[in-house]
Write a protein that binds this ligand. Structure first.
Ligand SMILES: NC(=O)c1ccc[n+]([C@@H]2O[C@H](COP(=O)([O-])OP(=O)(O)OC[C@H]3O[C@@H](n4cnc5c(N)ncnc54)[C@H](OP(=O)(O)O)[C@@H]3O)[C@@H](O)[C@H]2O)c1
Length: 332
């Protein structure tokens, strides 16, 4: 099969090479999946450079999210050959096939395409846990979503709306306003412009927002436009810096600053993983969440580097998808 193979740390994703390697042999309790689509992530860039927290032994195939069709399944388990699945693994998704533990896969909800499902595994439960479990979003709340056009951001916009909240989307360029509005944001602000905090206060009639969803590193400034009893959920640090916050500001408005680490729920609260997915699948069946796929989809593993370049340049919205096939399947 064809796969990206990394044999030593690279200068960047531009140096990734596609090779012919054997189809992986699934272990007992693993599925063999023919990959239709892989979800691209910023951390893939760090992974191939040896700058990520996970450093796989060489040689390895990067890519952490995928969707596809089961071609071999253990007789015990909920999957069979031909099932449409999506899942995640620390490595292996930029390839034609992946062998992956069954526990790391789910059936694709009926309404969703392979492309939509490829980026579901990490973003949606992260955003759901952030808003529902940590931010305790209530119907009628104002929710400020930072990096609202990004992977976790756009999921957060949809989920906040599904929970009955009103959304202010904050992004880094005007060009991303439309995609946020299409997903249900009532107002959009550009956090590269100095007056965005005033704009949030104006929209909320001087009250501030009830919940802030922050995957960027904007806690300090968000404290200026959060309401009394507001909750700020720290989701990530896309801007690259870890903030130091003057805690008196947390006291002054009775604010809660909390975090979410979705990947760690499997270890510390596995029962919540099942519950979050149950609720997300229900929302997907009702059409209340509908993953947004960046256009263009990148065909051919050689184009994974172009996909990752677009992510690094902040050009993308929603989930960036790479297909191992060199061209779109003919429409029948
Ligand atoms: N806590 C968890 O369990 C968890 C789970 C998944 C992801 N995360 C974290 O959440 C963050 C976002 O992930 P994602 O998948 O949504 O990523 P993404 O799709 O690449 O979106 C990130 C967005 O951040 C914004 N951004 C702001 N400042 C930036 C900067 N200096 N450089 C690059 N981007 C910047 C960009 O949007 P604009 O151009 O609009 O500013 C960009 O589109 C990451 O830090 C990730 O590690 C956390």
């Amino acid at each position: 099969m064809r796969a990206i193979v990394v044999k030593s740390w690279l200068k960047g994703p531009g140096d990734m090479e596609v090779k012919d390697i054997p189809v992986p042999l699934p272990k007992e309790n693993e599925l063999l999946v023919k990959i239709d689509s892989a979800g691209a992530n910023f951390f893939d860039i760090l992974l191939v450079q040896g700058k990520y927290q996970i450093k796989p032994p060489f040689p390895f195939t990067p890519g952490a999210e995928f969707s596809g069709t089961v071609v071999r399944a253990p007789s015990s388990g909920k999957f069979k050959s031909g099932d449409r699945v999506f899942g995640s693994n620390p490595t292996g998704a930029y390839a034609e096939y992946i062998a992956v533990p069954q526990a790391q896969c789910f059936h694709i909800p009926q309404r969703l395409s392979f492309e939509q499902a490829a980026g579901l595994y990490i973003t949606y439960p992260t955003s759901y846990a952030a808003l529902k479990l940590r931010g305790r979003v209530q119907p009628g709340d104002w929710v400020l979503v930072h990096a609202a056009a990004g992977g976790v951001g756009i999921a957060a916009v949809q989920i906040a709306r599904a929970l009955g909240a009103r959304v202010i989307a904050a992004v880094g360029s005007q060009g991303k306003f439309d995609v946020c509005r299409e997903q249900g944001a009532e107002h959009c602000v550009n956090y590269r412009e100095a007056e965005w905090v005033d704009e949030v206060m104006r929209v909320t009639e001087g009250r501030g927002v009830d919940v802030v969803f922050d995957p960027v590193g904007l806690v300090e400034r968000s404290l200026k436009c959060v309401a009394w009893n507001g909750r700020i959920v720290v989701v990530g640090f896309a801007a690259g810096a870890i903030e130091k916050v003057a805690v008196n500001r947390i006291l002054l408005k009775n604010v809660e600053v909390t975090g979410v680490h979705w990947g760690a729920y499997a270890r510390f609260q596995p029962e919540m993983v099942a519950e979050v997915w149950r609720e997300l699948f229900a929302l997907a069946d009702q059409g209340k969440i509908n993953p947004v796929v960046y256009e263009p989809v990148f065909y051919g593993l050689e184009n994974a580097k172009t996909a990752l370049r677009a992510i690094a340049a902040r050009e993308t919205y929603g989930k960036v998808v790479v297909k191992p096939s060199a061209e779109p399947a003919p429409k029948l």
